[in-house]
Write a protein that binds this ligand. Structure first.
Ligand code: ATP
Length: 341
C-alpha cells in the first residue's frame, strides 16, 4: 500500500478549471504506468470508458487492477502517463475528480463501534452535507441499498453482504457519476451477489459509469457492457463478452438433442453440406458447422426440420469467457503482442 503522504493533494488544483463537457469520456487512461520497487504494477496502459457504460476490469491476482483503480480514485500517483475522470486529470484536479467518483475499495475500513446510520452520517458530514439535505441523502442511500431496517445495527454485526451494501452506499452519498468498485462481490454468497448485481444494473440504468474489477469472469459477464483484461500490468484485450466468446473462431459448435436415437443425427450429418458430426451425447450430439454466419447456422436447422429429424433442442455452444481469457493469454505468450481491439 502506498504511503498516505504520496496521496495526490488538492494543492495542485488551479483556479481555472478545464471545461468537463458531458461529451468527454467518463474515464480516459493514456500510457499509464506505476512502478514499485522491483515491480512494474501498471505498464503503459491506455483505455477509454464512455459515459453510462459498465466495464469489467479482469485480471489474475497481482495483475494491476487495484493499482490502476487507486490512481483513478486519486489515492496514488502514476509513475508516468495520465488518467482523467470526466475530462479532469487525476493529478491536476483531484478535487474535481473526487466530486465525480464513488470509490469502493476491496477492503473497506470498518468502524466497528459505529452503527450503519452513524457511519453514513459521518461520511455525509465529511462530504459537506448539512441539515435536511444530509438527512435526505442518507435516506436515499439507505433506501437504495436496503439498509433502512439495519440503521441501528453495529457495523461489526453486519454480514459480509450487508457490509458491502453499506460500502456501496457510502460511495453513493454524493451521487457521483462514475463508480470505481474494486472486487465488490469478493466473498459474497450467491444471494448477496445477485443483489449486488441488481444494484449495479440499476445504477447503470440511471446513467452512471461503473468500472468494476474481479478475477471471476462469470461474475462480470451479465452486468458489463464490455470487459477489459489486464495481465502483468498490460491491457491484453478490450471488447464485449460476445466478441470474446466468438473469438477468432471460423466454425460453430452446435449441440443438438433429438426425440430419437443419436445415430440419426450422425447419419444425417454425414450427408448434410457444411456440417461435420463431432461426438454423440445422451440424446443427440455435437455438430460443427464450417461457418460463424448466423444465416448458415439457421439453414442447417431448417434442413434438419425439412429432413424430418425430431429436434428438441438446437443451440450454439459458446466459448466460456474463462476459455477466451486463457486463449488470449496463450496467444500473447506465443506472439508476445497484446491484442487490444
Ligand atoms: P488482486 O486481485 O490480488 O487484488 P490486483 O490485480 O489488484 O491483484 P495490484 O494490487 O494492483 O494487483 O498489484 C499489482 C502488483 O503490484 C503486484 O505485484 C503487487 O504486489 C504490486 N504492488 C501493489 N502495491 C504495491 C506497493 N504499494 N508496493 C509494492 N508493490 C506493490
Amino acid at each position: 500500500m502506498s504511503d498516505l503522504s504520496e496521496t495526490p493533494s488538492e494543492t495542485a488544483e488551479t483556479a481555472v478549471l478545464p471545461a468537463g463537457p458531458p461529451t468527454t469520456p467518463a474515464i480516459e487512461v493514456t500510457n499509464l504506468s506505476r512502478w514499485f520497487t522491483g515491480v512494474h504494477a501498471v505498464n503503459d496502459i491506455s483505455f477509454t470508458v464512455e459515459r453510462g457504460q459498465v466495464i469489467g476490469f479482469v485480471g489474475a491476482n497481482g495483475a494491476g487492477k487495484t493499482t490502476t483503480m487507486r490512481i483513478l480514485a486519486t489515492l496514488d500517483y502514476p509513475s508516468g502517463g495520465t488518467a482523467k475522470i470526466a475530462g479532469y486529470d487525476v493529478i491536476k484536479y483531484p478535487g474535481e475528480v473526487r466530486k465525480r467518483i464513488g470509490w469502493m475499495p476491496d477492503h473497506y475500513g470498518t468502524y466497528n463501534n459505529m452503527t450503519v446510520l452513524e457511519y453514513l452520517d459521518f461520511f455525509a458530514r465529511a462530504l459537506g452535507y448539512k441539515g435536511q439535505e444530509r438527512i435526505e441523502r442518507i435516506a436515499d442511500v439507505m433506501d437504495f441499498t436496503d439498509l433502512g431496517s439495519l440503521s441501528d445495527r453495529l457495523i461489526d454485526k453486519l454480514s459480509k453482504g450487508m457490509g458491502q451494501r453499506l460500502c456501496l452506499g457510502r460511495a453513493l452519498i454524493h451521487d457521483p457519476e462514475v463508480l470505481i468498485l474494486d472486487e465488490p462481490a469478493a466473498g459474497l454468497d450467491p444471494k448477496a451477489r445477485v443483489e449486488l448485481k441488481h444494484l449495479i444494473r440499476i445504477l447503470a440504468e440511471e446513467g452512471k459509469t461503473v468500472f468494476i474489477s474481479s478475477h471471476i469472469l462469470s461474475e462480470l459477464d451479465e452486468m458489463c457492457d464490455s470487459l477489459l483484461f489486464i495481465n502483468q500490468g498490460k491491457i491484453i484485450h478490450h471488447g464485449t463478452s460476445e466478441s470474446l466468446r466468438k473469438g477468432s473462431a471460423e466454425t460453430s459448435l452446435i449441440e443438438v438433442q433429438l426425440a430419437s436415437s443419436p445415430e440419426r443425427l450422425q447419419e444425417w450429418a454425414a450427408l448434410a453440406p457444411n456440417v461435420t458430426f463431432k461426438d454423440a451425447t445422451k440424446n443427440g450430439g455435437r455438430i460443427e458447422v464450417d461457418s460463424v454466419d448466423d444465416e448458415v447456422i439457421a439453414t442447417v436447422l431448417r434442413r434438419m426440420i425439412k429432413d424430418d429429424l425430431p429436434v428438441t433442442d438446437f443451440h450454439l455452444r459458446e466459448r466460456r469467457l474463462e476459455d477466451a481469457f486463457i486463449e488470449i493469454l496463450g496467444e500473447i505468450e506465443a506472439s508476445g503482442t497484446p491484442i487490444v481491439s
